[in-house]
Design a protein around this ligand. Structure first.
Ligand code: HEM
Length: 350
């Protein structure tokens, strides 16, 4: 997940983003959240696990959102029904989960049998061994890791992209600056990893969306040892919650915090900030392991799609309503109108 590793995934990211627009039509209304979700899921499938997407994408694309929907319903409930009670929802969850694990397990066995070599995560996990004990990971452990990475690795980025398109649909000046940058730097060709340095405004748009709409908008920690904070004694065993959403919009920390303004990130300004003023990827030992992946993937997708399509609000007063669940999503999705761009529309793979 280091930058050099992620660099190897950049072409897959740009190619999938380009392909995603092939079925789009000028003037069509589309749920942008769903479109972005499908796209980032296909990228995780192809880049991280090198699963044969044509064979698996459909099953993964169906089971994963269905499992997420169930998890969201459970998150909303005050009283949880234990998993072992065979309610209709629990049974469905078990079936979907078994289907997903079936795919991962089949791929896993193939790689074990072939003594596979490669740099995809699944192969790396098959080969990994504990530095002290020499023990490898069990199939069940690998399966858990894969499902976690699938869940953690696509919806967050998809939501951030959705808010980028929404804000650019609302603010023509920001959209124009973005178009100017990608048209000038790429001149119609597909973006590559090396281009990111020359696409600072595109990256600023993505970072500002992560500020105003942090997809992971809260974190929870269990207190291991008692300590004092702000005059309060916090006993061991307490559960503390901190909120990216709250900090990213705090009026003591930000000028006009509710305004979407990529300029805040000019010249990588965030490098000089306190690390918990802006922390969309969390912090400390459990910081997001996919942050480099997301910071490469997001701008590459923006640049790739932005050359071909722009997005329009359905009505001038259209407002997104946020729905804080496991992640911070737009309530009822985010329908926008797709408009094919006349310039730079045919990004080639040159
Ligand atoms: C915009 C995109 C993303 C955002 C905003 C995001 C945010 C976060 C946050 C806040 C955490 C820490 C949660 C906590 O401490 O309680 C986290 C953990 C994690 N993220 Fe991400 N993430 C993103 C993309 C990704 C991607 C692309 C991957 C994988 C490819 C990924 C994999 C993970 C994993 C495995 C963890 C758990 C790490 C651990 O517990 O040690 N994330 N993410």
């Amino acid at each position: 997940m280091h930058l050099q590793q992620v660099r190897g995934y950049a072409d897959i990211m740009a190619a999938h983003a380009g392909a995603a627009t092939e079925a789009w039509r000028d003037g069509q209304e589309a749920d942008v959240e769903q479109e972005m979700d499908r796209l980032t899921l296909s990228i995780v499938t192809a880049a991280l696990f090198k699963l044969d997407s044509s064979a698996h994408a459909e099953t993964v694309g169906e089971t994963l959102p269905a499992l997420q929907e169930i998890a969201t319903r459970q998150f909303d409930r005050l009283i949880q029904v234990p998993e072992w009670i065979p309610t209709r929802e629990n049974r469905r969850q078990r079936d979907l989960s078994a289907k997903l694990r079936g795919i991962v397990m089949a791929e896993l066995l193939k790689r074990r049998a072939a003594d596979a070599e490669g740099n995809d995560l699944l192969t790396m996990m098959v080969q990994a061994s504990d530095a002290e004990t020499g023990e490898g990971m069990t199939d069940a452990e690998i399966c858990d890791e894969v499902v976690t990475l699938y869940l953690a690795g696509h919806e967050t980025t998809a939501l951030t992209l959705t808010y980028c398109w929404y804000q650019m649909a609302r603010q023509p000046a920001i959209e124009a600056r973005f178009h100017d940058e990608i048209d000038r730097v790429l001149a119609g060709r597909a973006p590559r990893f090396e281009d990111l340095e020359r696409l600072p405004y595109t990256r600023m748009v993505f970072k500002e969306a992560l500020r105003l709409y942090p997809p992971a908008y809260f974190m929870v920690r269990a207190v291991a040892e008692p300590f004092e904070m702000g005059g309060h004694r916090i006993p061991a065993g307490s559960v503390l919650m901190t909120s990216q959403f709250g900090m990213h919009r705090h009026p003591d920390l930000w000028d006009d915090p509710e305004r979407f303004d990529p300029e805040r990130f000019a010249d990588d300004a965030e490098r000089g900030w306190h690390k918990f003023k802006y922390f969309p990827f969390g912090g400390g030992p459990r910081i997001c392991i996919g942050n480099q992946f997301a910071l490469v993937e997001g701008p590459l997708i923006l640049a790739s799609i932005g050359q071909r399509y722009r997005f329009e609000l359905l009505q001038p007063d259209q407002q997104v309503e946020l729905e804080p669940q496991i992640t911070l999503g737009p309530k009822g999705g985010l329908p926008l109108r797709l408009r094919q761009r006349s310039t730079g529309a045919g990004a080639s793979t040159e």
